[in-house]
Design a protein around this ligand. Structure first.
Ligand code: AMP
Ligand code: GLY
Length: 426
């Protein structure tokens, strides 16, 4: 079967790497891809916003499955257009992708379905939002409703900060995403991510992970798309995972189907493990980046039939997803300046040497310039190691990081620190 993969980051390189191992794959195309993805796929120029062009490409190349990596094309309804053209798609419809595209939509759904989440108010004007603040204690969480590349969340420690955040959102600080805001109760606990595949009916757990959103060691500095991750996240114990499935993920899938917008794809639940049990912080309508990289390293079966069964509504035929009990840990090497303005164009060397010791280096923002691999984005490489626990996986990943020659890059030196500290005590 021929597959088209959309996206250009480390997440998509990990998906391409895994799909390319499938004996059932005939040809993989990727758009726009990156030099790492190009090792497994033919890169094609296709604008994901031009649904007609993507559908025409699928017809011309006899594409049997389209895998949509990032959220923007999902929220934009690309999956609907392709399904209308008869092409199986891994990824939710426009309406189902509202679970990521509108925080207010998700909060209302949680309320209707009795799903545990932080108390909230939706506000469509600045005056409404300012008035609502009075009902919340500090700290209070202010969120732009729409997609804001992970930046639309402010945890306000003072009333002034909360009012400033509200004003900033309504005066266009986050563009269209901030035309509506959600004000939320602040939850305490440790965060963990949980993934599940669903075809709209059957739900299969796809593992857990923890990521590191802040740019600096010790979780300091500004938020990023993620500086590293590991899977599994032992803090999400089997009991907590079952609670997350039964109280959060399954009721969501059921409610979405009942309300006429069945969710098809991977559902990524950001959870807060509170003293009262897991509560939903947010949903994403796609694999996490870099969480996907560690999940793919652990996947002990062919990815292609899983994605196809999801797309074709046949997940019930599939048994539990086989994940290695090993831990995978990925360290993001970013270009200096990230998450501000990254220093682009810096040379990268010795990637092959770094892989000699069993690590896998996924490409995110890389490009080839006159045959030389260079940095072409904020997050550049995802150096991924495996081991029997987080401490061992961390050692494998950083061993490979040290072998890479990337003078204009940097990375955190403590990915996995929470779990490494717990393992040292155990
Ligand atoms: P989100 O984009 O919704 O995942 O929010 C980004 C980050 O803000 C989360 O990963 C949490 O660390 C934090 N956050 C969001 N909502 C809450 C909340 N209600 N209570 C505490 N922290 C939160
Ligand atoms: N690493 C966080 C995300 O993909 O949203």
């Amino acid at each position: 079967m021929n597959i088209l993969l959309l996206g250009s980051g480390g997440r998509e390189h990990a998906l391409a790497w895994k799909l390319a191992q499938s004996p059932r794959l005939e040809k993989l195309y990727a758009a726009p891809g990156n030099p790492g993805i190009a090792e497994h796929a033919e890169l094609v120029e296709l604008d994901a916003a031009d649904h007609g062009a993507v559908a025409a490409f699928c017809a011309e190349k006899a594409i049997g499955l389209v895998v949509i990596g990032p959220e923007a094309p999902l929220v934009d309804g690309l999956a609907d257009s392709l399904r209308a053209a008869g092409v199986p798609v891994f990824g939710p419809s426009r309406l189902a992708a509202q679970l990521e595209g509108s925080k207010g939509f998700t909060k209302d759904l949680c309320q209707r379905a009795g799903i545990p989440t932080a108390g909230y108010v939706r506000a469509r004007s600045e005056a409404e939002a300012l008035a609502a603040l009075a009902d919340f204690s500090l700290p209070v969480v202010i969120k732009a409703d729409g997609l804001a590349a992970g930046k639309g969340v402010v945890i306000a420690m003072s009333e002034q900060e909360a009012r400033d955040a509200v004003s900033n959102m309504f005066s266009g600080g986050f563009g269209e995403a901030g035309a509506e805001v959600v004000i939320e109760e602040f939850l305490t606990g440790e965060e963990a991510s949980f993934f599940a595949l669903t075809d709209g009916k059957t739900v299969l757990p796809f593992g857990s992970a923890q990521d590191h959103k802040r740019v600096g060691d010790g979780d300091t500095g500004p938020n990023t798309g993620g500086m590293g991750a590991y899977s599994p996240a032992p803090v999400l114990t089997p009991r907590l995972e079952q609670q997350a499935m039964e109280l959060i993920v399954r009721p969501t899938v059921t409610a979405m189907a009942q309300e006429g917008m069945p969710y098809v794809g991977v559902l990524y639940a950001g959870l807060m493990l509170t003293p009262q049990g897991p509560k939903l912080i947010e949903y994403n309508a796609r694999f996490g980046d870099p969480e996907c990289q560690v999940l793919m390293m652990r996947l002990d079966e062919d990815l292609m039939p899983l994605l196809l069964a999801t797309a074709e509504g046949r997940l019930a035929e599939h048994g539990a997803v086989k994940l290695s009990p090993d831990t995978a840990l990925t360290v993001v090497m970013a270009a200096k300046g990230y998450p501000g303005t990254p220093d682009k164009g810096g040379a990268i060397g010795s990637v092959t040497e770094a892989e000699k010791y069993g690590a896998k280096v996924f490409h995110a923002g890389t490009a080839l310039k006159d045959g030389q691999l260079v940095a072409a984005g904020g997050r550049v490489l995802n150096v991924t190691g495996k081991g029997g626990n987080v401490t061992q996986a961390q050692a494998a990943a950083y061993g490979a990081v040290r072998a890479i020659d990337f003078p204009t890059g940097f990375c955190r030196s403590d990915i996995g620190w929470r779990e490494v500290a717990r393992e040292a005590k155990a």
